[in-house]
Design a protein around this ligand. Structure first.
Ligand code: UD1
Length: 433
């Protein structure tokens, strides 16, 4: 088990390059097994969630050839099993995309119920409704296994009752090989939905309208091989933007699509930060303590729920009172108790956090409750006076590649150590003091 130790108080300065989008990668890996030819995927983030899904598809017979840390070749031709019973699969949310892809390709699939971060009840009724509309029988069996099967998938008109990223991608996957046309209404519009659609189209799918709330999918009989590069990770980019702002730093964040960051940039500008946009980079400069605002998480293009803990942390250090409303997941304020131990003044009432900004945090020993909350605690540690030790960083490593290396390259005092390695802690403290 590992932990982070951070010596806070240094402004982050320099340049950083963002990796490929984790959530797009999960949909794309699941989609790749639908071809019986080799698919080359580039700009793959080397994070645990992605590696677990690659192990899972290898487990059912797909060929997975890691060309390098960020490139993989996948061939779905030798798949023998449509039953994904892999001990780690429950740990990742993206495993449910194998339901859509296996069902689309083979008319049958069995996958353990998805796990992922414990940030709310995370139902899958919209996925089920979508598969059923395409003609599949879907059962949730004992032991948390979802099974879906049919003789033939047929296109249909599907209206999603809630805007769901997962259901939109899953229905796209399955319907891309169904007979006839499927129309998904009230679809999610996140950048990674567009990326998964573009990837499927590169293999021969016929998907139009991804990125709007009506997606039209004309089923095709087969997919061919493809070469595809995953879009940059909007949330990793946003996390560095807010880290630059919180530490009163000056950071150029490269390999981003600035348009995907609009909601984040707009909030930063509103509270007094400078955000300069380039073709494929953003520069964030904070020269002074920032101001207060209201933030409500919403489906894209609204403010992303995956950035909620990070912006709340920034606002907890800003002047005045801010309000953050979480409207996507009901259990996403678990980091507040940890921030309170560092001196934050945040009161949570229902899905709303009322934040009274404090001048600074004090270093503390804290624990990452989930992936994005963990990233927010790293931000807190980078600002705090003294030393912060963060446990349970395995949550953070599910979605961030070499987070400590990237922050160190921007001047942060941060290291990943074995838990309770007192000698290593002492050494770190001596080195950075
Ligand atoms: C995806 C992302 C996650 C992000 C979230 C919202 C992946 C692997 N994960 O999660 O990082 O936080 O989008 O941007 O891409 N809902 C239902 N029924 C369903 C499905 C969802 O009621 O069948 C509800 C959820 O409880 C939630 C809302 O819809 O309130 C949005 O969830 P959804 O967009 O599906 O999130 P995920 O796909 O799980």
């Amino acid at each position: 088990m590992k932990q982070y130790i951070i010596k806070g108080g240094k402004p982050l300065v320099g340049e950083i390059t963002v990796g490929g989008a984790k959530n797009a990668a999960l949909g794309i890996i699941a989609g790749a097994i639908m071809a019986d030819e080799t698919v080359l995927i580039e700009n793959l983030p080397n994070v645990n969630d992605v590696n677990v899904l690659l192990d899972a598809i290898e487990g059912i017979g797909a060929i997975v050839d890691r060309v390098d840390a960020h490139t993989v070749k996948i061939n779905g031709a030798p798949i023998t099993s449509k039953y994904v019973d892999y001990e780690y699969i429950k740990k990742i949310r993206g495993s449910y995309y194998l339901l859509g892809s296996l069902l689309g390709k083979y008319n049958e699939a069995q996958v353990a119920l998805p796990g992922g971060c414990n940030i709310g009840s995370r139902p899958i009724d919209q996925h089920k409704k979508g598969f059923e509309a395409l003609g599949a029988t879907v059962k949730i069996e004992q032991g948390g296994i979802i099974s879906a099967h049919t003789n033939e998938l047929k296109g249909n008109h599907i209206y999603l009752d809630v805007v769901s990223v997962g259901a939109t991608i899953n229905i796209m996957l399955a319907s891309s090989r169904a007979k006839g046309t499927t129309i998904i209404e009230n679809a999610a519009k996140e950048p990674h939905i567009v990326d998964v659609a573009n990837f499927l189209n590169s293999m021969g799918a016929n998907i139009k309208g991804a990125g709007t709330d009506v997606i039209r999918v004309k089923g095709v009989e087969r997919f061919h091989g493809s070469e595809y590069s995953i879009i940059p990770d909007q949330i990793e980019a946003g996390t560095f933007m807010l880290a630059a702002a919180a530490t009163k730093g000056d950071v150029l964040i490269k390999n981003v699509i600035p348009k995907h960051l609009d909601a984040i940039s707009a909030k930063l500008i509103e509270i007094g930060c400078e955000v300069e946009e380039f073709d494929d980079a953003v520069r964030v400069v904070a020269k002074r303590r920032l101001g207060n605002t209201q933030v409500k998480t919403l489906p894209y293009p609204g403010f992303p729920t995956d950035m909620q803990p990070q912006i709340a942390t920034l606002l907890a250090l800003s002047e005045g009172t801010s309000v953050v409303t979480e409207s996507i997941f009901e259990n996403r304020f678990k980091y507040v108790a940890e921030l309170a131990r560092m001196g934050a003044d945040i009161k949570v009432e229902g899905n709303m956090a009322v934040i009274n900004g404090v001048e600074n945090f004090m270093g503390a020993a804290i624990s990452a409750p989930d992936l994005r909350a963990g990233a927010a605690l790293v931000l807190a540690g980078l600002v705090a006076e003294g030393f912060t030790i963060i446990d349970q960083i395995e949550y953070i490593e599910r979605g961030y590649e070499d987070l400590e290396g990237k922050f160190v390259s921007l001047g942060a005092g941060m290291e990943k150590l074995d838990v309770n390695d007192e000698r290593a802690i002492k050494k770190f403290k001596l080195r950075v003091s």
